[in-house]
Write a protein of this length. Structure first.
Length: 255
């Protein structure tokens, strides 16, 4: 913990804990956006590699909780249903995570930010884009986008949520599916960044420390999520998705 306190003041340390709780609350309400909030918030007071390391273990734990909320059998069913998405996304995540120190993430972020922003804005304005059913081709395409961006930045939610929203996935199913997809992605991200050196002895204590506030925040957000109907959930999801896309666009253009 000493290296962490050497770069953070007392105020900044409290801020880091608050960011973790906020990220958990939003995840509890809509099922995603935790990495986006973590990276955006932690990057204001920590170096980029520390910010990325900080989100890894809280993301792993909370996604496991989300995936298993309706039981292991339902989670296994989601894995089978989205196996193409998961396999393609995993391959792309593992590949691009090793490029995190070599290729600017702005290239990947820009490619995904623009369609995410356009999709969310159109949906909120009443221009509906729907997919009648999932297909191996569409799953592979979205999985490749999500995995590539996730490996570079730790943020793989926006393309996944846009896909599930286009399929008009029911609220509880969408929450479980997101948990399964992000949970398996978080396992891969953890292993990948143990290899890349982002998650190391110096940064591991920070990631461990942020698990508790993230879990508390997720519990609070989950209580609110249970009280909202499908239409409200969809609108809230699209608003968060739009903010996520705009944030990715900002990061791509401004660094």
């Amino acid at each position: 913990m000493e290296p962490l306190f050497s770069i953070l003041s007392g105020y900044e340390f409290v801020l880091v804990l608050a960011i973790a709780m906020l990220a958990g609350m939003v995840k509890g309400m809509v099922g995603f956006a935790m990495p986006m909030i973590f990276v955006s918030g932690l990057s204001t007071v920590l170096p980029p590699d520390w910010a990325l390391a900080g989100l890894i273990l809280p993301t792993l734990v909370t996604n496991g909780m989300q995936a298993l909320r309706q039981g292991a059998q339902a989670a296994v069913g989601s894995i089978r249903q989205f196996r193409v998405f998961l396999l393609v996304g995993l391959a792309c995540l593992l590949a691009t995570s090793q490029l995190v120190t070599r290729i600017p993430a702005s290239v990947f972020l820009l490619l995904i930010a623009i369609p995410v922003v356009v999709f969310a804005a159109m949906q909120l304005l009443g221009v509906r884009f729907k997919l009648s059913q999932a297909s191996p081709r569409s799953e592979a395409l979205v999985g490749a986008c999500a995995g590539s961006v996730g490996g570079m930045s730790g943020v793989w939610g926006p393309p996944t949520v846009a896909y599930l929203t286009a399929l008009n996935t029911p609220k509880h199913d969408q929450m479980r599916i997101q948990g399964v997809i992000y949970g398996l992605g978080a396992v891969a991200l953890t292993l990948a960044h143990l290899g890349s050196g982002v998650l190391r002895g110096e940064t591991l204590p920070l990631s461990l420390l942020l698990i508790a506030p993230a879990v508390i925040g997720m519990w609070l957000g989950g209580r609110w999520q249970d009280r909202i109907d499908q239409n409200t959930f969809r609108k809230l999801t699209l608003i968060v998705l739009l903010v996520a896309g705009l944030n990715l666009l900002r990061r791509a253009l401004m660094g």
